[in-house]
Design a protein around this ligand. Structure first.
Ligand code: KG4
Ligand code: ZN
Length: 350
């Protein structure tokens, strides 16, 4: 089989991502370009993503971002052999912009179009950095929109959700706690920074769903957020400045502790020896550190793509598209629609 160039388009949230990868005849997948335009600054004053603003920003950024990716790869549009696009899950209007653009590019180029799953893309992207995945592995997806533990038996073939958050996503908890502490949005990076100067044992924040009768692999962060709010309020009532560094460090410790403990428990119970951590929160220094420690102790291989590939991007969708093609799965029908609630076991739209 000759080499094939796959174009990937991602618009599920506030990042317009366009990636290019080369699928080799030997099944290897190599990153050629990764261009991202973010509308995050336009959402900052609202403290969260505003769907309508995101959709408009995707529309404006699409064509220039495709151009940028092609320039980065030194390719022309006519070099593209197939298009992959995020079909879901995500924001309906935002997804629709990407799906429409992908259909237009694929139709104009007369190449196959693959509607694919955003969550599977977060896992597939790891192969660009760390090579082929083992036949079975576990993935912990942690971002502003998702917190999931997934059992992966072929990233293009079978992904089973074994746990997820029952309330806030991990990144969402970071964003809400940042707001309580008067730190900017998105809250992950400033809390990570503030935590470096705080004591992670200063406040014993609750670890959600870790009781003996709680679901083993599900997560809950709303109780933690409320506990932080109460701590901040108590400081305010007492006329004290909130101990931002200690609160940040203790909050971060609680999040990293629960995420890694549950991931490693799942790895042990499902007898897998590789863990992929992806999504924006994978950039967190304490999560990475604690995961490294606990994986080493358990004999589990830890795979974390570089931060740029962990946050939403088009390369992850191009990479998944390449794995879908390599697995011999056919294209999606031309009339498929974006699906905001696409379940994780629907890796491609058929
Ligand atoms: O994957 P992503 O870019 O977008 C989606 O939500 O899909 O993730 C963004 C989230 C935000 O909630 C942000 O606060 C969080 O990732 N984040 C972090 C860090 N960097 C970004 N959370 C903790 N520590 C970080 N260093
Ligand atoms: Zn994502």
């Amino acid at each position: 089989m000759a080499d094939r160039v796959l174009l990937g388009i991602e618009t599920s949230c506030d990042e317009t991502g366009v990636g290019l990868v080369r699928l080799g005849g030997d099944g290897s997948v190599r990153l050629l370009a990764d261009a991202v335009a973010s509308s995050v600054d336009q959402h900052a004053r609202f403290g969260g993503v505003v769907p309508e603003i995101a959709s408009r920003a995707h529309l404006e950024a699409m064509e220039p971002t495709v151009r940028r990716a092609l320039d980065e790869a030194g390719l022309r549009l006519s070099d593209v052999d197939g298009v992959a696009v995020t079909a879901g899950p995500g924001l309906a209007g935002a997804l629709m912009v990407g799906v429409s653009a992908a259909k237009a590019y694929a139709a104009a180029l007369d190449v196959p179009l693959h509607g694919v799953n955003h969550l599977a893309g977060h896992i597939a992207v790891d192969t660009l950095e760390n090579g082929p995945l083992p036949p079975r592995c576990l993935a912990l997806l942690v971002s502003g929109g998702h917190t999931q533990l997934l059992l992966v038996e072929g990233v293009a073939d079978r992904i089973v959700e074994i746990g997820s958050t029952i309330d806030d996503a991990a990144g969402e908890a970071y964003d809400k706690v940042a707001r309580l502490l008067d730190l900017p949005y998105p809250g992950g990076p400033p809390i990570d920074e503030a935590a470096k100067r705080g004591d992670p044992a200063a406040i014993a924040f609750p670890r959600g769903l870790t009781g003996p009768r709680d679901p083993e692999y599900d997560f809950s962060f709303s109780g933690l957020k409320t506990a932080v709010a109460r701590t901040v309020e108590q400081d305010q009532h007492a006329g004290r400045e909130p101990a931002v560094h200690d609160v940040a460090a203790s909050f971060q410790e609680a999040v990293a502790d629960v995420l890694t403990a549950k991931a490693l428990r799942a790895a042990r119970d499902h007898d897998v020896d590789a863990l992929v951590i992806s999504g924006g929160v994978a950039a967190n220094s304490r999560l990475a550190g604690l995961a490294r420690e606990r994986c080493a102790a358990a004999g589990v291989q830890l795979r974390v793509p570089r931060p740029r590939l962990c946050t939403d991007n088009g390369a992850m969708i191009a990479a998944l598209g390449a794995h879908v093609v390599a697995a011999g799965h056919g294209p999606s029908p031309w009339d498929f629609a974006a699906n905001p609630g696409l379940p994780v076991d629907a890796i491609t739209v058929r």
